[in-house]
Design a protein around this ligand. Sequence first.
Ligand code: PMP
Ligand code: GLN
Length: 379
Amino acid sequence: LDSKLPHVGTTIFTTMSQMAAKSGAINLAQGFPDFPAPAYLLERLAHHGQAGLNQYAPMAGAPPLLSGIERLSARCYQRSVDAESMVTVCSGATEGLFVAIQSLVHSGDEVIVFDPCYDSYAPAVELAGGSCVHIPLMPPAYHIDWQALESSITPRTRCIIVNSPHNPTATCLDRAGWLELERIVLKHQLWLISDEVYEHIVFDGAERLSASCFPALAERTAIVSSFGKSFHCTGWKLGYVIAPPELTAEFRKIHQYVTFSSFTPAQYAIADMLTEHPEHIDELGSFYQQKRDLFVRELAGSRLTLLPSAGTYFLLADYSAISDLDDMAFCRWLTTERGVAAIPLSVFYQSPPDTRIIRLCFAKGDDTLIAAAEKLCQL
Ligand code: PMP
Ligand code: GLN
């Protein structure tokens, strides 16, 4: 078969989760909570299924969920969005990103991404006939070099993809960064795809920032988010995209032929959660900050050097004091010989820097974090 994605293999998340399961290791690799979703949310899911909401939802999303997203945007970012023309519910952020990319990228277009880069962007760009221009972010700060960004723009550049809070580096764009991005997008008449799946998970009192906070930028942006991250239900694969009406119309043309609509009872359950428990999302930052702090405290005696985590449910750890192995080999050894699975950082780079860094997920019960830290302290 003539592969359309000759360079693509199995994702690192599948590879490491399978290795963790086979070795009985604690899985701090693939990012997902190991604790239950809120009881109220689970009750509403069962309720809506039993009440008969088991047929296709409207293509753009269930009306109560669309209103819930309007209220969420107003409450978190003081942005008024018209869901009818600007919001589409989709099957996880993964579908949202894929469809946003297919909507914007034409054959021969260039898309600027930042490495380490979430793994689903580049294959989606390639399938659209475009190519990615990779701008590296370097440890320990992983700051965007705005000059490098601007000088990489060509007449073929169609859009930029950003992700803040950022997986895997756990850094966040600050207000000055967003303003710089806005300036560049507007000056060069680009589009932005803003992957904001960890938007509510920010730490140490930082303000939640979104492309929604910058009205002129928002006019040129597809914002992609995920309920999986915010409600501890990654397996429900429910997300949404907010985009200006012109882009939403294109987005829906494609979405209607990719999935048409997403799991109906879950849409109603999340809508209820947004109405009845708006505090859940506001408390997410402190919920995960406690987990981060517990994990960091428990790792105090280890030979890992931890990098700061300002958001997401990940933190990076430099293991160069422990081993000279490359990060893939180290993760394999850590999983099979020491019982903790992690993600190597190099897989997210087009040209990996010569560093020894792994990503650890702390979206885990406290007991899991303590048990994993004990093993990591023995390295
Ligand atoms: N973008 C980033 C940065 C992610 O970390 C993830 C999930 N791990 C996604 C997109 C995909 O989200 P979903 O599970 O809702 O498809
Ligand atoms: N986004 C999750 C992570 O970074 C994984 C999602 C997936 O496996 N596709 O770990």
